[in-house]
Ligand binder design. Structure first.
Ligand code: C2E
Ligand code: MG
Ligand code: MG
Ligand code: MG
Length: 287
């Protein structure tokens, strides 16, 4: 009986593996079709000034509008795309689309909102990365401040010397770089000191409990103070509650991002959001 059960478990297990493999193979094919047919979309989430709540910049977040599954989060397909190499055409598409959207937003709003793009490790390691970035900016007549890059600690720690060389070139060109999900990697502070970056984005996991956990509160205050001593701006991600907003404002955080202010939006929804925000600002300034 035990043997029988064991076999069933084994069969069930192999069935499960082949099922998952099939799913991955079809996901991979569907992703390729989506890339070819441009079925991917960039959505945008505003970053607001912590003091005035005015929109300062935007983060581009990739969305796959899947025919049966609806919107799929990049967290669910970026790892697969990294494995298959599809991340490269995907990332190139993201940069071009962000440039195109930046141009369109500026035309319609008469204001430049810098767009931060998330960069994958494979993309950053390619020798053609900077060339492609600058070529895209030029193709769409975008100034270098139009795009910002978000890199994780892991990407920078992988090969510090190469990372520093690229960061220096980006700084010279005027492209700002932020460290994303800060606090979840293990970058040493002495290494951080050598990085020519502009911003630190404190990971959402520290913000979540900040009003209940004195450890998280201390970490956030420590990071803000350290970052300010290094002339870096600090962004807090994942603000969902007014208490979190209040804590971060009191702690001197520079920029806030989260569902409390705005969710990631399609470009038409974003345009409407920014036009309304502008009208409110104008009424406020010129009553
Ligand atoms: P991330 O760069 O840390 O992006 C922030 C994530 O938090 C986004 O998830 C965003 O929708 C979500 N978020 C924002 N505010 C809140 C909030 O108040 N509460 C909660 N619970 N979540 C919030 P999303 O869009 O699913 O993206 C997940 C990750 O996928 C991103 O994390 C980023 O690492 C990656 N990603 C997104 N777009 C791209 C891309 O174009 N290229 C690459 N390589 N990676 C991307
Ligand atoms: Mg990001
Ligand atoms: Mg993040
Ligand atoms: Mg994150």
């Amino acid at each position: 009986r035990a043997k029988q059960q064991g076999r069933n478990t084994f069969e069930w297990y192999t069935h499960d593996i082949s099922e998952r493999l099939n799913q991955r193979v079809s996901l991979r094919r569907e992703l390729q079709e989506a890339i070819d047919a441009e079925k991917l979309e960039l959505h945008y989430q505003p970053l607001v000034c912590a003091q005035t709540l005015e929109v300062i910049s935007l983060e581009a977040l990739l969305r796959w509008n899947h025919p049966d599954k609806g919107y799929i989060s990049p967290a669910d397909f970026i790892p697969l795309a990294e494995e298959t190499g599809q991340i490269i055409p995907l990332s190139n598409w993201v940069i071009k689309q962000a440039c195109l959207d930046s141009l369109d937003l500026e035309k319609q709003l008469h204001k430049l909102y810098p767009i931060a793009v998330n960069i994958s490790p494979l993309q950053f390691r390619r020798s053609s990365f900077l060339d492609h970035l600058f070529a895209s900016l030029e193709e769409f007549q975008r100034p270098t401040q139009a795009l910002e890059l978000e890199l994780t600690e892991g990407i920078l720690m992988d090969n510090p010397d190469t990372a520093i060389r690229l960061l220096k070139l980006l700084r010279l060109a005027g492209v700002k770089v932020a460290i994303d999900d800060f606090g979840t990697g293990f970058s040493s502070l002495s290494y951080l000191k050598r990085l020519p970056i502009s911003k630190i984005k404190i990971d959402r996991s520290f913000v979540r409990e900040v009003t209940h956990s004195s450890a998280d509160a201390a970490i956030i205050q420590g990071v803000i103070s350290m970052a300010h001593h290094m002339q870096l701006q600090v962004v807090a991600e994942g603000i969902e509650k007014p208490e979190q907003q209040a804590f971060l404002q009191q702690s001197g955080c520079d920029l806030l991002q989260g569902f409390l202010f705005a969710r990631p939006m399609s470009k038409p929804a974003l345009l409407e959001f920014l036009q309304t925000a502008k009208a409110v600002e104008k009424n406020f300034l010129e009553p």
